[in-house]
Design a protein around this ligand. Structure first.
Ligand code: S3P
Length: 172
């Protein structure tokens, strides 16, 4: 296997991507990229909910695609993706370009709900039944795209991070 230069964490909202990425990046000696933060800073708006409210989801998705494209040529990154970032095939291509791997943090819906707590920052989680439908649809996408999959239910951030490091072996 060629050297891994970018590790993108994929998975549903509440799967722990941001917390794990924040620990994994310094562990690997890579830089941390929070896709949602990059989107917010490109939008000129204050937050993800305000982007959805003022401009709509398509605008958000287009910015997300721009961010994914901007990461394609970069290396030495741990990327915390938004839960919907892998919906567009071209985003996946960019994240996988030049030695990028996708690590799926597989998490049950019950755990997602308990981890999320305050959902005010997640426009797509406002209506729990809709969130469950989205979850069920997304799970098969994550499964299909993942290079590595890790079950996170019942694990602490540190345990997830160590398992990823172990799975990546000496390829980074
Ligand atoms: C989204 C997930 C969010 C954020 C946006 C849309 C999604 O990121 O990108 O609200 O479509 O699942 P997190 O997965 O970090 O919550």
């Amino acid at each position: 296997m060629r050297a891994i230069t970018k590790v993108s964490l994929i998975g549903f909202m509440g799967s722990g991507k941001s917390s794990v990425a924040a620990l994994l990046a310094p562990t690997l000696g890579f830089s941390l990229v929070e896709m949602d933060d990059e989107i917010v800073s490109r939008s000129g708006l204050a937050s993800i909910p305000s982007i959805f409210e003022a401009k709509g989801e398509l605008f958000f998705r287009d910015l997300e695609a721009e961010v994914a494209r901007s990461l394609s040529e970069r290396s030495g990154l741990v990327i915390s993706t938004g839960g919907g970032a892998v919906e567009r095939p071209e985003n996946v291509q960019h994240l996988k370009a030049h030695g990028g791997v996708l690590v799926y943090l597989r998490t049950s819906f019950a755990t997602v709900v308990s981890r999320l707590g305050d959902i005010s920052n997640r426009p797509l989680f406002k209506i729990p039944e809709h969130a469950l439908t989205l979850y069920n649809r997304r799970v098969s996408i994550y499964e299909r795209l993942a290079d590595l999959t890790l079950d996170t239910d019942g694990l602490h951030v540190g345990e997830v991070c160590s398992s990823i490091v172990e799975l990546l072996g000496d390829k980074t």
